[in-house]
Ligand binder design. Structure first.
Ligand code: AMP
Ligand code: MG
Length: 421
């Protein structure tokens, strides 16, 4: 049989141009919009301090007590009043001692010294301490060499935090160190936000569950395990809404359930404008959809919409793009909704261990890690390369403009940890 004589269409002049009327949204513009439109959606509750790590403060916390609460000694040694000039000094020892939790009862007479142990409240008549290693003790006296400044080796009351000061501000996601601070200033119960519940849903006829047999044309759902754990690591509460086929009615019902059970919904797949892109189609039908063509690589498309009052982030199906969009867009947006305020990921400049030419127009995020103080990038930028996500320990961010990076040039590295992972 002879082949029909069909001429393929000629390359269009504008084959690299954007479709008419469509413009690319720069990353910063998209972020500014999210920051502007979203607000905290979670309620307020009280939790015991010991359970408060990772929770978001719902109010400023005021110190109920100073740290330290009273002047005390920073070292084991001998306390007395006043500094001493250069030269040898001998002081008689007063009877007794002061230890942490066991204050000295009474005043130390002028010209005498008292044995004091680290953390002990300074008794009346003591404002200066000499380190025990610098002292000879003999016949009820101590001898040491000056000079010694008045106040040496002591801690002032409230020198760290004064009663009535703000210890921590609203929006703080509490760290282990914060729990030490709050406990020290007399806080036992902490006003926190209820955790932000984030529903995670995968879409696609091709997806099967890990553990199932995957037939021809099927792939395992890689996004859901990743997204659920990203959500939990970032300090939100994941809600697993499973996997839905490319079926509009089924997806509709699942979005209803997700909006019931969570404050915000993350879907992956089906976010473009194709025949099987039901997430964007449904959001468009609901009349509350923004399809964003963000000037970002990897990352297109990102669909944003509202479903029964819950914001929906329609992430790309591609796992690399899904993760990058989650870190760059969803994470600060979710933080804002969770009451943390808008958190910029902290990056730092490092010399590149690679060469790359980049065209202007899109911001790029490369899978990267740091070795020997230089930023390495994954050998392939292919957006289907999940192994590169796993290899990486962070992202290299390359600005929107044109750039030719040569080995040794500074590049911005954002460790995964900066996203709260
Ligand atoms: P889509 O955005 O639905 O057109 O999907 C884009 C690409 O990502 C396709 O190759 C999908 O098979 C793939 N994909 C979509 N969802 C997932 C998922 N949950 N896990 C792994 N790959 C996915
Ligand atoms: Mg799909």
């Amino acid at each position: 049989m002879s082949k029909p004589d069909i001429t393929p269409p000629p390359l269009r002049n504008d084959c690299f141009a954007l479709p008419a009327g469509v413009s690319w949204t720069p990353v910063d513009e998209a972020l500014a919009l999210l920051r502007d439109r979203l607000r905290p959606v979670t309620g307020v509750e009280t939790t015991p301090l010991t359970q408060a790590a990772g929770r978001v403060l719902a109010e400023d916390v005021i110190a109920q007590r100073s740290n330290p609460p009273q002047p005390n000694t920073a070292v084991d040694g001998y306390g007395f009043a006043g500094g001493r000039p250069e030269g040898a000094h001998v002081l008689p020892l007063a009877q007794g001692r002061a230890a942490a939790g066991l204050p000295f009862d009474g005043a130390v007479p002028a010209g005498q010294a008292l044995r004091v142990l680290t953390g002990a409240a300074l008794p009346d008549g003591v404002d200066t301490v000499i380190l025990e290693e610098d002292v000879t003790v003999q016949d009820g006296h101590i001898a040491f060499r000056g000079p010694l400044k008045q106040g040496a080796n002591t801690r002032r009351a409230g020198e760290d935090v004064a009663q009535g000061d703000q210890a921590l501000a609203e929006g703080r996601r509490l760290t282990p160190a914060d729990l030490a601070l709050l406990s020290a200033v007399g806080i036992a119960d902490v006003p926190v936000r209820a955790p932000l519940r984030v529903a995670v849903l995968s879409t696609g006829d091709e997806l099967v569950e890990p553990g199932e047999t995957a037939g021809a044309g099927q792939i395992y759902d890689a996004n859901r395990p990743m997204l659920l754990s990203l959500i939990d690591r970032m300090g939100f509460q994941s809600v697993d809404m499973g996997r839905v086929a490319d079926d509009r009615a089924a997806l509709h019902a699942r979005l209803d359930a997700a909006a019931d059970q969570a404050d915000v919904i993350l879907t992956s797949g089906g976010a473009s404008a194709g025949d099987e892109d039901h997430v964007s189609a449904l959001l468009r039908e609901a009349g509350a959809m923004q399809q964003w063509r963000i000037a970002l690589k990897p990352g297109r498309p990102l669909a944003l919409g509202m479903w029964n009052g819950s914001p929906v982030f329609g992430l790309p199906g591609n796992p690399v793009a899904a993760m990058v969009c989650t870190l760059i867009f969803a994470r600060p947006a979710l933080g804002l909704m969770a009451g943390e305020g808008w958190q910029e990921p902290q990056g730092f400049d490092l010399p590149a261990a690679f060469e790359k030419r980049k065209k202007p127009g899109r911001r790029e995020y490369l899978r990267a890690r740091v070795r020997d103080g230089r930023a390495e990038v994954f050998r392939s930028e292919g957006s289907g390369r999940i192994s590169g996500l796993s290899w990486a320990e962070g992202l290299v961010e390359i600005g929107d403009g044109e750039r030719h990076i040569k080995p040794g040039d500074p590049v911005r590295f954002i460790p995964y940890g900066s996203f709260g992972l």
